[in-house]
Design a protein around this ligand. Sequence first.
Ligand SMILES: *Cc1c(COP(=O)(O)O)cnc(C)c1O
Length: 457
Amino acid sequence: MELPFAEAWKIKMVEPIRKSTRAEREKWLLEAKNNVFMLKSEQVYIDLLTDSGTGSMSDRQWSAMMLGDESYSGARSFFELKDTITRLTGFRYVIPTHQGRAAENVLFSYLVKEGNIVPGNAHFDTTKGHIESRHAFAIDVTIPEAHDTQHELPFKGNVSLEMTEKILKENPGKVPFFVLTVTNNTVGGQPVSMQNIRETCALCHKYGVPVVMDSARFAENAYFIKTREAGYQDKTIKEIAKEMFSYADCMTMSAKKDGLVNMGGFIATNREEWYEGCKLFCIPFEGFITYGGMNGRDMAALAVGLEENTEFDMLDTRIRQVHYLAQKLDEYGIPYQRPAGGHAIFVDADKVLDRIPKEEFPAQTLTCELYLEAGIRACEIGYILADRDPVTRENRFGGLDFVRLCIPRRVYTNNHMDVIAAALKNVYDRREQITHGVRITKEAPLMRHFTVELERI
Ligand SMILES: *Cc1c(COP(=O)(O)O)cnc(C)c1O
């Protein structure tokens, strides 16, 4: 008999979680104004809000913490981290930052000027924020097929070369760099193929435009290349990752994802002039260049985390778990962005709650229903998050309306996945009775989803 698959780790420390009653959850959700960001974590049974900084560290990472060097400058922990990053990515210059958006802030402060155009395959919201706040434009050039949730493609996060070339041709001198996001988070954690990385970088370089890789989930992307792209089956994750970075000019990293730490980030590049330019912004915003907002112990844990998470078995455990959940949803006929991505399942709420008009925010309604059903906290990645058009102030209903079930690394077992799937099935089975959505009672002018207040209609 073939042995079944099992996790590539065992559990040494546990954190109790508590179920609640439906009556408690109704009270808590009302107090949170139907916004799950406003819930206290103790009010949540299974937390799928994000995979960012919510993973479990290994025993080796915790031991590394004890050896952290907290010297203000020249800390050994910095050099260990830098050497690990150089070995994994090929980039010689490394600037630590307190998280991914801080890396963007430092790099973009140096590179982005008013009126610039920064194309990319679906910029992450903070990336877009850091471009737009500098009065520049972030233009999405993801392949159009990515927006059809039922269309199955192995590399649905790919860049459209035609769209990119058009922008580069029409805007000479106005594009400071291209942002290549791996995996493409915004369209559902979808990978980018090595061929597409190679061709995108070659195209940009032909026009003299450098490429910055937004690398939060670079290891998950390498896993998909190994398992889906011809010619890579026999290569290690480390070899694939190094090849990915070899085409790019720079990387920004949110280490809270594939770095397996709770907080941290960095910039890495081989461009000496960019390194010199970034130093000027790192020191006032983040801290001295050998800690950039991170503790020595956190840099030590990150070095180990990067090493561990570029091993196939660790990634195989993680991605198989996401796909295990997807398989359950398939059994129950629940529609989601296909195929399942690396870190999350994006449930197509418009298709589930098709009786609720867009104006009543189907994905937010489904997020509330899932919490009420079982204390599971998902996240709306839909019309509320899309904010209003800055000019017309109308809601932006043009995109997709997802409920994201984001799976933290090394935190939950497949039994938890069964609970999530069953809870979603229960909501799905009574979807016909959910005929009213939610209405906004208070919202911020920008990034409203974090603090929005809503009432049930
Ligand atoms: C999370 C993320 C960021 C921002 O990183 P933080 O650590 O949350 O500041 C940038 N890009 C991508 C693709 C991300 O997933």
